[in-house]
Design a binder for this molecule. Structure first.
Ligand code: IDP
Ligand code: MG
Length: 138
């Protein structure tokens, strides 16, 4: 089955939305096979968002992502990558459709509550970034 990486980002954790978001994950038919709460080190956040290293928002993004604890989870479902992107909505909460997680809980294009992998390859790569094989439970 296909996998995607979800992150509940620092703003959503601070705002008390872990429960709301996990409830939505389950309601949308995802299996949570691995999950952890952690705080990223700066170097880890820089690695994870490495593709954005040259973007003007990179430094601010890294600062935001290390500003508090996060939840990371490997979500499994048919069509997991594309489906989760649909559930979370546009990167910019203002442009997200009604009912999407970013529309509901995101505060800005940076503090947008959740992450979702953007391709099959990245779904694998990003779950591998956080989880060892033994951490997956079915
Ligand atoms: P995505 O999370 O929807 O895939 P990306 O373009 O991959 O969006 O950007 C990664 C993250 O960087 C976003 O989720 C958001 O937190 C932040 N970000 C993206 N674009 C901007 C921007 O223009 N200004 C500030 N932060 C941004
Ligand atoms: Mg992305």
């Amino acid at each position: 089955m296909e996998r995607t990486l979800m992150i509940i980002k620092p703003d959503a954790v601070r705002d008390g939305h872990i429960g709301d978001i996990l409830q939505r994950v389950e309601k949308e038919g995802f299996q949570i096979r691995a999950m952890r709460m952690l705080r990223l080190e700066q170097s880890e956040a820089e690695d994870f968002y490495g593709v954005h290293r040259e973007k003007p928002f990179f430094e601010s993004l890294v600062k935001y992502m290390i500003s508090g604890k996060i939840i990371v989870a490997a979500l499994f479902r048919e069509n997991a990558v594309e489906y989760w992107r649909k559930v979370i909505g546009n990167t910019n909460p203002e442009k997200s459709e009604e009912g999407t997680i970013r529309k509901l809980f995101g505060k800005s294009i940076e503090s947008n509550a959740v992450h979702g992998s953007d391709s099959l390859t990245n779904g694998q790569k990003e779950t591998d970034f956080f989880f060892e094989p033994f951490e997956y439970l079915t």
